[in-house]
Ligand binder design. Structure first.
Ligand code: PLP
Length: 406
């Protein structure tokens, strides 16, 4: 008899964005003439930078010619891309990461969840609340939690991020082995200082824990003092894996390219308490289960590091950050407490009401889609997230509509 993974039954009814899509399509059915403005899901709207398109086309032409055609690529990704990543994204920050510590992948979403596969099922996982829902859902799927009770899964250490702690969770008090951190944070937009991050690194050393650091929004950091990478912190190489993505920084959500950094010195422990190095485990996992990112896509990502590619990607990010500033200013002037939007593309707004109610109100009165904070965790209740990923015209119109509706 084929039996199902029983842990899937513990998952809440549907993934957040599926729920939103259902409500939006119902609204559209009832209001077929209304132009709905989506400031909900964090998906980019502008096309790929021209430098990427050019490189993409050239690579496709190479695939069309027997002399330059390529079959299976190197499992970790092509070295032409990994070398540039190491140089521009880490060495330039003074972070000691080399090209062979980088694994090119098709997304931070898959990597942040697949990485759990390397660990025993009895590890305790710490997950920020609120945060990108994938960490919790995949922890549940992997059987590392108990059941849901009063909004919390048993066995999970929730790292609460609230107004009181400026959305930077305190260090856990009980035992934790695997710690997810996400900065700049989705959804709160909060960022972490070097001093605060150093405390997490020290905690991981003291507790023989591992940090999975999701820096998918690193490109949106504006303040000079905010760390872009956990490897800017001394000692992080031993206790942290970092996830990055070209999805938001280069408009690659539909093209798919990201990378994960697993330093050669990053350790976990075997059952005898001896150190084992995660690099070789992740390499083994990826080379068995992952087919790599296509050559044209890696070429397109490589173009993001050229002089014109860097300029064009910065223009993209600046464009969204201008939207973020408008959203934050308008919502603040309407009397709402906001965070984010200064070093992140998300604005986290205290809606002073149930977050799904606020969602329905914005949809029904303004035809604007936000993301209800409750979908990101218990501590997100009462908040909504607005995303800067849209056209300036849509953001401006959405703000006009919200002003009129409120
Ligand atoms: N990490 C965070 C925090 C995200 O918000 C997202 C997407 O919204 C991802 C990862 C997914 O990145 P990718 O498109 O590379 O899978």
């Amino acid at each position: 008899m084929i039996t199902i993974n029983k842990h899937y039954k513990k998952l809440q009814t549907s993934y957040l964005f599926v729920d939103i899509a259902r409500r939006v399509s119902e609204y559209q059915r009832q209001n077929p003439d209304k132009h709905v403005i989506k400031l909900g899901i964090g998906d980019v709207t502008k096309p790929l930078p021209p430098a990427c398109i050019k490189a993409f086309h050239q690579a496709v032409d190479e695939m069309a010619d027997e002399k330059t055609f390529r079959g299976y690529g190197p499992e970790k990704g092509y070295s032409f891309l990994r070398e540039l990543v190491a140089l521009h994204d880490f060495k330039a920050l003074g972070a000691p990461i080399s090209a062979d510590e980088i694994f090119i992948s098709d997304g931070a979403k898959c990597d942040t969840s697949n990485f759990q596969e390397l660990f025993g099922s009895d590890n305790f996982v710490a997950i920020p609340d609120p945060v990108y829902p994938v960490y919790l859902d995949t922890t549940i799927m992997a059987g590392r939690t108990g059941i849901l009770y009063e909004g919390r899964y048993g066995g999970v250490s929730y790292l609460e991020a609230t107004k009181e702690n400026n959305f930077i969770p305190a260090l856990p008090e009980g035992r934790v082995d695997l710690i997810y951190l996400c900065f700049p944070n989705n959804p709160t937009g909060a960022t972490i200082s070097k001093k605060q991050l150093a405390e997490w690194v020290a905690f991981a050393h003291e507790n023989k824990a591992l940090i999975l650091f999701d820096a998918a929004y690193e490109a949106f950091i504006r303040d000079k003092d905010i760390p872009h990478s956990i490897y800017e912190i001394d000692g992080a190489r031993e206790v942290a894996v970092e996830f990055r993505s070209f999805s938001k920084s280069g408009g690659f959500t539909g093209t798919r390219c990201a990378y994960t950094v697993v330093p050669s010195t990053c350790r976990a422990f075997n059952l005898d308490g001896e150190e084992v190095f995660l690099h070789q485990y992740w390499n083994r996992r990826q080379s068995t289960k992952f087919n790599g990112v296509s050559y044209p896509v890696q070429k397109a990502a490589t173009a993001l590091y050229s002089i014109e590619g860097k300029r064009q990607a910065k223009e993209l990010v600046d464009y969204y950050m201008n939207n973020a500033q408008i959203i934050r200013q308008e919502m603040t002037s309407l009397g709402y407490d906001c965070t984010g939007g200064d070093n992140s593309p998300y604005i986290w707004i205290d809606g002073k009401s149930d977050s799904w109610e606020f969602f329905d109100m914005l949809l029904n009165k303004a035809g604007v889609v936000c993301t209800p904070g409750a979908g990101f965790g218990h501590c997100g209740e009462g908040y909504i997230r607005l995303s800067a990923f849209n056209s300036l015209a849509n953001v401006t119109e959405a703000m006009e509509r919200i002003k009129a509706a409120l």
